[in-house]
Ligand binder design. Structure first.
Ligand SMILES: NC(=O)c1ccc[n+]([C@@H]2O[C@H](COP(=O)([O-])OP(=O)(O)OC[C@H]3O[C@@H](n4cnc5c(N)ncnc54)[C@H](OP(=O)(O)O)[C@@H]3O)[C@@H](O)[C@H]2O)c1
Length: 328
């Protein structure tokens, strides 16, 4: 019997949606893209008309459409809480862009409601589903670099045009929620067996009132240290390196390897350096398969737990960065 196809709708014609998630949902073997919403009906229509059979409407129309199983939410961060709750109250599963919420308490409410209604809420970190990281996880399990000593990760981008949502405090902008979320997620994903405690965080603020760059330091009882850096006024970096007792692994295009792109993994030991071109992969398509499998199985606890852990780290980073010693 063919696997069930879930009906999906997209709330907002965001750049990330138009570029990646709308085409991937349309082409997914496990989803049917049925509707696209926008604040502007003409915009929704123009996007929907690119895809056969896709209808368009306002956010409210799509949220209340009974023929939809899952809503993908690529709205500005400050709008996630409201629209996740609206979708859940309307009985729909949710795939929402990172960062899921701007305040940790919002996620506690979301999770309690989703759990009671047996609905999925997943945060869209598609990089988790790129096969390059499987190679690294397997190498760590095989102790190719010995014992892990240090995890370092950076995600930074050059300045964006004025008016971008990332510079708006009201829209939940800022580098921690936008870029910093990735190294934090990567630490949990690449070293899942360790209980890291955040020890220090720095956030640098710009004229827009949002944080423009920062760094985070964590450690764990096994003595591994993690150094994370992020920014949106930076030379582009999108990497992690895992430094062990006898080797080091570096991924240079860790979070944004587009479909068709072959990322490189650098593997160093005393025997030499291997600079490996990894196979291309489509992490968006893989992530949608994962979401469909979660819906098939009906067990959402792992995604809830990941969401909460990520939001807790972000909360701690803010608290540590605003501790008196760090205030300007
Ligand atoms: N996973 C990834 O790889 C990835 C990559 C980039 C961004 N993101 C995340 O995706 C989300 C959107 O990012 P983006 O760069 O795609 O943003 P964007 O292009 O600015 O899109 C945001 C969309 O939200 C809607 N919106 C509703 N109220 C708005 C308001 N007051 N101001 C601006 N837009 C409003 C708009 O859609 P309508 O006008 O159609 O209603 C707009 O197109 C963010 O949470 C971001 O962190 C994720």
């Amino acid at each position: 019997m063919a696997a069930k196809k879930y009906k999906a709708a997209v709330l907002g014609c965001a750049h990330i949606a138009v570029r990646s998630l709308i085409p991937e949902l349309f082409n997914s073997p496990r989803f049917s893209l049925v509707a696209v919403a926008s604040r502007d009906p003409a915009k929704a229509r123009a996007v929907a008309e690119l895809y056969a059979g896709v209808r368009w409407g306002s956010y409210d129309e799509i949220i209340h459409d009974r023929g939809i199983d899952l809503v993908y939410i690529p709205l500005p961060n400050s709008m996630h809480h409201e629209w996740i709750m609206n979708a859940l109250k309307s009985g729909k599963h949710v795939l929402c862009e990172k960062s899921l919420v701007t305040e940790y308490a919002q996620l506690e409410g979301i999770t309690a409601f989703a759990r009671a209604q047996r609905l999925l809420v997943a945060e869209n970190f598609q990089f988790r589903f790129h096969s390059q990281h499987r190679w690294v996880l397997d190498a760590l399990a095989a102790r190719k670099i010995g014992e892990v000593r240090v995890f370092r990760s950076s995600f930074g981008i050059p300045p964006l045009p004025a008016g971008n949502i990332r510079y708006s405090k009201d829209l939940g902008g800022g580098s921690l929620l936008d870029n910093g979320a990735y190294p934090l997620k990567a630490l949990q994903f690449m070293l899942p067996g360790y209980d890291f405690t955040m020890k220090a965080a720095t956030l640098r603020y710009g004229d827009s009132g949002v944080d423009i760059s920062g760094g985070i330091y964590l450690d764990c009882p096994e003595g591994i240290v993690a150094e994370l850096a992020f920014g949106m006024d930076n030379f582009y970096q999108c990497n992690y390196e895992i430094w062990g007792s006898v080797g080091k692994i570096t991924a240079n295009r860790a979070f944004t390897a587009p479909p068709g792109f072959r990322p490189r993994i650098i593997f160093e030991t005393a025997d030499g350096v291997e600079n490996m071109e990894m196979p291309a992969d489509n992490h968006f398509a893989n992530m949608l398969l994962h979401i469909a499998e979660c819906l098939d199985g009906g067990n959402f606890e792992e995604e809830y737990a990941q969401n909460l852990r990520q939001a807790a780290y972000i909360k701690q980073a803010r608290e540590l960065a605003s501790a008196p010693a760090n205030r300007p």
